[in-house]
Structure formats: C-alpha cells, structure tokens
Design a binder for this molecule. Structure first.
Ligand SMILES: [Cu+2]
Length: 142
C-alpha cells in the first residue's frame, strides 16, 4: 500500500516537472515570437502609403537580386521567368513561415506573387522543389 502511494507520488512529481518544462518552453516561445512579430502592421494600414515596388526575378535558376532592402509597406514581387514550375515558399525550407499571409505559391513561367511588406525583420524565400533557388529581403521601419 505504502509502496503504491510512493509510486503515485513519483508519478505526480514527474507529471508536474513535465508541465513545468512545457510551460517554460511555451513562455520562451511566446516572448521570442512576440519580439519577432512586434513590428507587423495590418495590411490595410499600408494602403495610404505609396511605397516602392521591388521585383526579384527567377531566371536560369537564379534569383536576381538575391537580396532586397526595403521599408515597411513597400511591395515585393517575385516573378518566375523559367519554364520550371516553382513552389515559392517563405521561410526556411524545413519550416515555411507565412509572410503577409502567403506561405507558398505555385509560379508557372511568367507568373508572379506579390506581398506587402507588413512585417519588419530579415526574411527569406525559396523554391520548395529546388531549394537552392532562394533570395532574402530585409524590411526596416519607415
Ligand atoms: Cu521549402
């Protein structure tokens, strides 16, 4: 009887520890996430600003320019000029992260995607099918 109780106590202790670790992990994640996204503005709040438009062109499996420096509320267009069908994705290849609501978009030859640069920070995009085809962009506060 006493032995069972002791085992139960260990189980409770173990469960409590797991809950604590999960809670700490979530807290750290929440703080990091908040810092990363604290400068996101709603797409609509960019409507009254006439920002610049930057175009990243994919041609012969190369993105040109491969880095773009822009200001918040500017526009980024990614165009595929190759006959290869692209699955353009934002974020790391292993961990796609939406930008301005776009996570992935299929781009056939001469098709493009456009995002409003709502979020400040450093970002990347790549062709999910050929992940060496990639580019980066940085968005700073206006
Ligand atoms: Cu990918």
């Amino acid at each position: 009887m006493a032995k069972t109780k002791k085992l139960l106590n260990y189980a409770a202790l173990g469960a409590g520890f797991v809950i604590l670790v999960v809670a700490v992990a979530f807290g750290v994640h929440a703080v990091a996430h908040k810092q990363l996204t604290s400068d996101t503005v709603a797409r609509g709040s960019c409507n009254n600003q006439t920002g610049a438009t930057y175009t990243a062109t994919v041609k012969n499996d190369v993105v040109t320019p491969n880095h773009i420096d822009a200001k918040q509320c500017d526009t980024l267009i990614i165009v595929n000029q190759d006959s290869t069908v692209r699955a353009m994705a934002f974020g790391l290849h292993e961990n796609h992260t939406p930008y301005d609501g776009v996570t992935e978009k299929i781009l056939r030859q001469n098709q493009s995607l456009s995002v409003t640069l709502v979020q400040t920070g450093n970002f990347r995009f790549h062709d999910h099918e050929h992940d060496e085809v990639q580019g980066t962009f940085s968005v700073t506060k206006r």
